[in-house]
Design a protein. Structure first.
Length: 203
């Protein structure tokens, strides 16, 4: 089930799942209240839930869904990646948290993973949680393996678009990785990041 207050977004998401043999969109809702009613009648396996909607918002709907239908898996699909939004959603018991710039294939796999009982997080959300939870100064000085993958491609002259295509992520995610790398290496541009990484023998 797709839950989003923007009809254009719902249409786009429905189109992304059209033709898949193992995933069917059984319902669409424009707000949390409608989502709860449709969950009772349609009993979807997975719900893609926007966070900010009129009436009953995403987190409120997630909490009610989890209480009434604990077998339904909920993936947040939103444009918001603030610490507060992520914390509220995870506390409500979601099976995943993705941003709306996620590639089609990532979204397909996320639904499959959630339906199978797994959990999914976009790479930027995963980085946010690691940075928040890891103790001590290590996160500020040690780029993650994914960030180093991005940096290696940048060192070879790849553009953000080319990096995104090579790693099957969005350009926004590439920019997020680079922002984290700049902070961890104490630099403010791509060239300086490559030099600093090479000096530290990270790449």
């Amino acid at each position: 089930m797709i839950v989003d207050d923007h009809p254009v977004v719902r249409d786009g998401l429905r189109g992304m799942f059209t033709g898949l043999p193992d995933i069917t969109v059984v319902a669409e809702a424009a707000d949390g209240h409608q989502a709860l009613a449709l969950a009772r009648s349609e009993r979807p396996d997975v719900v893609l839930m926007d966070l900010r909607m009129p009436g009953l918002d995403g987190v409120g709907a997630i909490e009610r869904l989890r209480a009434d239908h604990p077998d339904i898996r909920v993936i947040v699909l939103t444009t918001y990646d603030t610490d507060a939004d992520v914390s509220r959603a995870l506390s409500a018991g979601v099976a995943g948290y993705l941003l709306k710039d996620a590639p089609r294939e990532e979204l397909h796999q996320a639904v499959r993973t959630a339906a199978a009982g797994g959990r999914v997080l976009s790479s930027s959300i995963h980085s946010l949680l690691v940075d928040r939870l890891a103790p001590g100064p290590a996160p500020a000085t040690a780029p993650t393996p994914r960030e180093l993958e991005v940096l290696r491609l940048i060192a070879k002259g790849a553009s953000n678009k080319e990096v995104a295509r090579a790693l099957l992520i969005s350009e926004t995610t590439v920019k997020t990785h680079l922002k984290h790398v700049f902070g961890k290496l104490g630099v403010d541009n791509r060239a300086a990041a490559v030099v600093a990484a090479m000096e530290r023998r990270l790449i």
